[in-house]
Ligand binder design. Structure first.
Ligand code: PMV
Length: 333
């Protein structure tokens, strides 16, 4: 048995990945920039049974996520990723995967990003594959696009690239560079109707998709510069603009994806009110779901949390600062 356990942080995108140029390879339509999170992570143990498929009677991989054994379609996406690892190592061993998120599944934090990053690193190390972080990033991208960014800690940019090896993330600044925080306002725990994987495939049906993609180069430059200068007043408006542009694309694609709930809008208005009326330096972004990520510097976290607690639609609040890339752990799940 060859085993390895890895903890990987999720990430929140400031400039989003939305829409695929190649759904098989998860090649995006643009670059994206994110912050890897310290306190929202997945721990994954991968154990390979060193017996060929025939000797084990073709027993399928065993996958347990948050205490539940995955079957059928739910397991398929992970098995497909294990197949990529087996192909690289040229083995046909069976895998046992146990994975645990430290945040609730429907919290609006991307568990696919931390999950596929942890699975890729643990799976490769247990197989004895010594891949560079760049190659791990390309591999993680095949599981879930945003996972390629969680291969690095701190502030990260995913280069669009044009093929499997060039579409990879690279670190911009380490976590210590800027104590920025993500305060997640959970306004709904309902499972989303359309997964991001399905959403990426219909993005191009929106008449606004091409306009959003064309608008990104200067916005990416602003976000890069604002992170370099630790300037929240430049970062904030840019991330709000892209979150709204992405949701504009989602709402106007075919089928139309409306991830927002009434609580989403309540939080958006509140953030702008706190900024305008109380001078709080806090800005929002929203992923493929109803929950709102509030981005602010460390000294604003207390006042932001306190105000969020007053809003009727906020059911739960999660807070995370920037965190490291994947870390190998001695204790297995
Ligand atoms: O990696 P996926 O397929 O789950 O897509 C992530 C999509 C967004 O979270 C909405 C944006 C992003 O860049 O993380």
């Amino acid at each position: 048995m060859r085993k390895c356990t890895v903890r990987a942080g999720s990430n929140i995108a400031f400039i989003k990945y939305w829409g695929v140029a190649d759904p098989a390879l998860n090649l995006p339509l643009s670059n994206s920039i994110s912050m890897t999170l310290a306190d929202a992570y997945t721990v994954t143990t991968v154990a390979w049974e060193e017996r060929p498929a025939q000797a084990r009677g073709e027993a399928p991989d065993e996958i347990v996520l948050d205490g539940v054994r995955l079957e059928g379609e739910a397991a398929q996406r992970i098995v497909a990723h294990l197949d990529r690892l087996r192909a690289l190592a040229q083995v046909d061993w069976r895998a046992r995967v146990v994975s645990q998120n430290n945040f609730p599944a429907a919290a609006g934090i991307a568990s696919s990003a931390s999950g596929f990053a942890a699975l890729t690193v643990a799976g490769c190390r247990a197989l004895g594959l010594e891949l560079s972080p760049t190659r791990l990033s390309a591999l993680a991208r095949r599981g879930s696009g945003s996972a390629c960014r969680s291969i690095f800690g701190g502030f990260v940019e995913w280069e669009q690239g044009h093929d499997d090896t060039t579409s990879v993330a690279r670190p911009l600044f380490p976590a210590e560079h800027w104590d920025l925080h993500d305060v997640v306002a959970v306004v709904s725990r309902a499972a989303k109707a359309v997964s991001s994987a399905g959403g990426h495939q219909v993005a191009a049906t929106s008449p606004f998709n091409a306009a959003r993609i064309a608008s990104l180069p200067p916005l990416l430059a602003t976000v890069r510069d604002a992170i370099a200068a630790r300037d929240i007043s430049r970062l904030g408006p840019a991330i709000e603009q892209d979150a709204l542009a992405m949701h504009g694309v989602m709402m106007t694609s075919h089928p139309s994806l409306l991830y927002w709930q009434p609580g989403t809008v309540e939080v958006l208005h509140a953030v702008r009110r706190w900024r305008q009326e109380e001078g709080l330096a806090v800005y929002f972004t929203i992923d493929a779901g109803p929950n709102v990520h509030l981005i602010c510097e460390q000294d604003q976290v207390g006042p932001v949390v306190q105000r969020l607690q007053q809003l009727a639609s906020v059911q739960q609040i999660l807070v995370s600062g920037p965190g490291p890339g994947p870390v190998e752990l001695d204790e297995h799940l």
